[in-house]
Ligand binder design. Structure first.
Ligand SMILES: Cc1cc2nc3c(=O)[nH]c(=O)nc-3n(C[C@H](O)[C@H](O)[C@H](O)COP(=O)(O)OP(=O)(O)OC[C@H]3O[C@@H](n4cnc5c(N)ncnc54)[C@H](O)[C@@H]3O)c2cc1C
Length: 393
């Protein structure tokens, strides 16, 4: 028989491998770069990074003896390697996509081929203009639903996934964000996260075993977060949604500087930010404030101490919730370490010459991020600062 498979992800390719021994199989897949669908990693020549990056599927777990045998075979061919109890990951060069390309080897795969819902299946199984005796629809979502509708397939033949027991297949999205930070900044290799925004974090370098000064992370959002920030993926770039999603997934605290209240302090901190001093440091204290700076990192302060405590020299801002002030001890003016007031701390306006407020949290979203950081520092001891930047308004 001639069998057309629509979808070159793991399921389409697995179907292809199973059928190819006795049938003439063609796999059609939209993938422009390679097959694999959600297992199609980004490779070094595309990203400029030193190894593969898994942007969706991260690892496989063995659940049945048949699958175990298949995975063992992939391990023996160097496509997968064991990673923790019962899990397997891809290689440094290909990531998890190596698993898919290995399945595809020897199959007739037509890449960059989208089979339209309205023209794909016409009576005699015509796919992309070619006749087939049978067709496998190996992708999910609304498109599969529409393709299926034009056939005589009964609902019993459809595999159902998802939380809702529905006769319809539905789309369940998550956001996947790739970012790089100096090695050692975020102490995570592969971790599920209990959070409203983030569901999963994985360090591609550590997981796949490739060395670089910067580590590339994949952050996956929760389904609820993706639903709340729904946007057509082809038109996401440059939109407000994209900015919001990136900021929330990376947890951006926006501070509005107040040179009217502390001009020298603003100049000092701006210079330190511009030099990259805070990149790769952390928030390390959480009680009635969250405090950050170079404390606990390997960085040293090349800027010395602040020349003056400006608390009472200009328009004095009080240490109310959401303000940001220089940390200092009795008799000094402080330097690179500063804190954000999580509660009303007006008592700090006068002690030890006053704690100089030089900025304030820009808006409610940023304050929400501060509250989350506060909880995370309590739970985990510290929260990494990936990058601090100055933005002109
Ligand atoms: C973010 C994320 C993380 C995940 N992590 C893991 C993990 O760590 N471990 C794990 O086991 N599973 C994981 N999963 C689940 C796993 O990736 C999927 O179950 C699996 O890859 C699905 O394979 P598939 O072949 O069914 O579908 P897909 O991988 O989606 O492949 C379907 C293919 O069909 C193509 N296609 C769609 N419509 C058409 C059309 N009309 N014509 C031609 N081609 C078409 C698509 O572009 C795609 O290439 C994850 C999923 C996501 C989204």
């Amino acid at each position: 028989m001639r069998v057309g498979i629509i979808g070159g992800g793991i399921s389409g390719l697995a179907a292809g491998r199973g059928l190819v021994e006795n049938h003439d199989v063609v796999v059609f897949d939209t993938g422009k770069r390679r097959v694999g669908g959600r297992c199609a990693s980004r490779l070094p020549f595309e990203t400029g990074w030193g190894g593969a990056v898994d942007h969706a599927a991260q690892f496989v777990k063995v659940s049945t003896p048949r699958f175990a045998a298949h995975v063992e075979e992939a391990v023996s061919r160097g496509v997968l390697r064991p990673y923790g109890a019962g899990s397997y990951v891809g290689t440094a060069e290909l990531g998890i996509s190596g698993f898919a390309t290995d399945l595809a080897s020897g199959l007739d795969v037509r890449g960059d081929a989208w089979i339209p819902p309205n023209g794909g299946l016409r009576g005699g199984w015509l796919v992309d203009g070619e006749p087939f005796d049978a067709v496998v629809i190996a992708h999910n979502g609304k498109c599969a639903e529409r393709l299926g509708k034009r056939t005589s397939l009964g609902p019993l033949l459809r595999a159902r996934f998802g939380r809702v027991d529905s006769k319809r297949l539905s789309l369940n999205s998550v956001y996947s964000l790739l970012f790089e930070v100096p090695a050692g900044t975020v102490d995570v290799d592969v971790r599920y996260v209990e959070d409203e925004v983030l569901a999963f974090l994985s360090n591609n370098n550590l997981k796949l075993g490739w060395e670089a000064r910067y580590h590339v992370f994949t952050a996956l959002s929760t389904g609820d977060f993706a639903r709340r920030n729904k946007h057509p993926q082809e038109a996401l770039q440059g939109t407000e949604t994209e900015t919001r999603v990136v900021e929330e997934m990376l947890r951006v605290v926006r501070l509005k500087l107040r040179p009217d209240a502390a001009p020298e302090t603003v100049k000092f901190i701006s210079r330190a930010v511009a030099s990259g001093l805070y990149d790769g440091t952390s928030f390390y204290r959480s009680d009635f404030v969250i405090q950050c700076g170079i404390h606990g990192s390997t960085k040293t302060n090349p800027f010395g101490s602040l020349p003056v405590n400006e608390t009472k020299l200009h328009a004095q801002l009080s240490n109310v919730r959401g303000t940001c002030a220089i940390a200092h001890f009795e008799g000094d003016n402080g330097s690179t370490e500063f804190f954000i007031n999580i509660s009303a701390n007006q008592h700090l306006d006068d002690v030890w010459g006053g704690y100089c407020v030089f900025a304030e949290v820009a808006d409610d979203d940023a304050m929400m991020v501060c509250s989350r950081i506060s909880g995370d520092v309590k739970d985990h001891g510290a929260v990494a600062i990936h990058k601090a930047t100055l933005v002109e308004e």
